[in-house]
Design a protein around this ligand. Structure first.
Ligand code: FES
Ligand code: FES
Length: 171
């Protein structure tokens, strides 16, 4: 067992964890953060994506099934639950019908938040490239791209683009 201290969604937790425990299992089973889901056992689907601060304190998207819980010691982790339900990306996914079964959505939203931190005004191609580590079996991705563009516009303060009707892909 290793004692770790991790701040998750703004709350600091101190726990003893086996050294081989994956971060995603620590989040779900020890901390009850079940919004972060496991969609594969091959590190491919991205459903488990969360934000974790790097050594410089910058929050970066990581697949939490590829990170050991002990590697999160001293870091800050943000899960889908930490966005609070009214984040521009969450609202845009809702308004643009960017999900069907919803299983990929927590990871897709976190990856989109990470993308928009690095690229506030991405092209559609850059959105697709930025989300290429996240798989969706349902939507065909078109509405996901629209949702990310709507959220990007809102985060940039571009209200005209935000209120554009559903079904129009953007300027
Ligand atoms: S659960 Fe599929 S990449 Fe982590
Ligand atoms: S909405 Fe079903 S996998 Fe993406």
């Amino acid at each position: 067992m290793t004692r770790i201290s991790v701040t998750v969604d703004g709350t600091r937790y101190e726990d003893d964890v086996p050294s081989r425990t994956l971060l995603v299992h620590h989040l779900r089973e020890q901390l009850g953060k079940v919004g972060t889901v496991v969609g594969c056992d091959t590190s491919n689907c991205g459903a488990c994506t969360v934000l974790m601060t790097d050594p410089d304190g910058v929050p970066r998207g990581v697949k939490s099934c590829t990170v050991l819980a002990v590697q999160a010691d001293g870091r800050e982790v943000t899960t889908i639950e930490g966005l609070g339900g009214d984040h521009p990306v969450q609202r845009a996914f809702h308004e643009r019908h960017a999900l069907q079964c919803g299983y990929c959505t927590p990871g897709m939203v976190m990856a989109a938040v990470d993308l928009l931190r690095e690229q506030p005004d991405p092209s559609d191609a850059q959105v697709r490239e930025g989300l290429e580590g996240n798989l969706c079996r349902c939507t065909g991705y078109q509405n996901i791209v629209r949702a990310v563009q709507q959220a990007a516009a809102e985060l940039r303060g571009n209200e005209a683009a935000v209120t554009q009707p559903v079904g129009v892909s953007g300027p």
